[in-house]
Design a protein around this ligand. Structure first.
Ligand code: ADP
Length: 359
């Protein structure tokens, strides 16, 4: 095995291992979010696995035999040069997921020297709501209207605070007065928010995969979320809802598989194509690749409005560890998003094109 782990200066690109044998590599990720799926996918592809866990959260990664090795950290702040040295020594390729980005923060991810699957440049485009909107509009997608200031509110809006992961703290307001009433009472110090038209329809999350190796865009699956307490309100009568003074909240608890009306598929493939093409224009270089998700609301007129993009694996792919109805159409074996991305890495290694899938 030929390994070079000499990562000297800050700006110097790492020298990649020259091996074309996938077994010389390790797939590593943080123990959270979609790690079970990713690690299982790697094992199915015959590649060694490593889970990096926060102390106290190792249990699932021991209970389900998907990790060949577990490294435990006291906290994710302990992700330091020493750990990176360890990872580099093992030829580890880190797979980012939602919690990974949230725990590590963009700056640390950008500075990471360990091999990283995906495009780092895209992070700033998806995390900044203004930039994200420019990207999605440029791709010709339909987006919910955004209101510049609370005084402009003339129909229901969903108020999203910056960095409010998992829908936490979102609320709905119908008028400027209603907005200020809730905002001043519950979030007096938070002034970084976006006011988005509340779209009446069903939420639908489209799980895409674009491979820079095969140059193909795939739709692997769909999910809807199980949110508390948005998904519990319909369980009681309207008058009881009012009496109980329940506020709609969108804290995500789990994910539910969905199969869409087949006639929506052509449009959804085109949407994915355009997002990938536009990503190359906005951030240059390799653009967006690997798994990504368009988070949409589909209205009664079958309009698909996109309210967010996740430029990586989403937890909504977790119901499909054994594959989805869509991957069953294409693959003769169980194919999850995690396995699909590890296969991308494997094909890149074997073709001597590892660099093409690293950020
Ligand atoms: P996060 O991605 O941070 O978890 P989202 O932006 O996905 O939060 O929103 C959480 C939930 O809020 C969604 O699942 C959806 O039900 C609802 N939602 C978000 N934006 C809109 C919108 N413009 N109209 C209607 N519902 C929305």
């Amino acid at each position: 095995m030929t390994t070079h782990s000499a990562h000297s200066g800050q700006d110097e690109s790492p020298i990649l291992p020259a091996s074309k044998n996938p077994q010389d590599f390790v797939i590593a990720t943080l123990g959270s979010h979609s790690a079970l799926q990713i690690l299982k996918g790697a094992k199915d592809e015959g590649i060694k696995t490593l889970a990096i866990c926060k102390k106290g959260s190792e249990r699932p990664y021991k209970a389900y035999p998907v990790a060949d090795e577990i490294i435990t950290l006291d906290s994710f702040d302990a992700w330091d040069d020493q750990l990176e040295e360890e990872l580099i020594k093992r030829n580890a390729i880190v797979i980012p997921h939602g919690s990974f980005i949230a725990y590590m923060g963009h700056d640390r991810v950008k500075k990471m020297k360990t091999m990283y699957y995906g495009t780092k440049e895209i992070l700033e485009w998806e995390s900044d709501r203004k930039k994200e909107r420019i990207w999605l509009e440029k791709a010709g997608l339909k987006l919910p209207k955004v209101y510049e200031k609370p005084e402009d509110i003339d129909k229901p809006v969903i108020v999203k605070f910056h960095g409010a992961g998992g829908g936490f703290g979102y609320f709905i307001a119908r008028t400027p007065e209603q907005f200020y009433e809730v905002k001043n009472r519950k979030y007096p110090d938070q002034n970084d928010f976006v006011l988005q038209e509340y779209v009446v329809g069903v939420p639908l999350y489209i799980h895409y995969f674009y491979s820079p190796i095969t140059k193909e865009l795939e739709i692997l699956s769909f999910d809807k979320r199980y949110e508390s307490n948005a998904d519990s309100i319909g369980r009681i009568k309207a008058e009881d809802q009012l009496a109980a003074n329940i506020h709609t909240s969108y804290t995500i608890v789990g994910n539910i598989p969905v199969v869409v009306r087949e006639s929506l598929l052509p449009q959804m493939f085109e949407m994915g194509d355009r997002v990938v093409e536009t990503s190359k224009e906005i951030c240059g270089g390799k653009g967006l690749f690997g798994p990504f998700c368009l988070e949409t609301i589909v209205t009664r007129k079958l309009e698909v409005l996109v309210f967010e993009i996740s430029a990586r694996i989403v937890a909504g792919t977790n119901p499909f560890i054994e594959g989805s109805p869509y991957t069953a159409l294409k693959y003769d074996e169980p194919m999850s998003t995690g396995r699909r991305l590890v296969r991308d890495i494997k094909q890149a290694i074997e073709a001597g094109r590892l660099e093409d899938v690293l950020g």
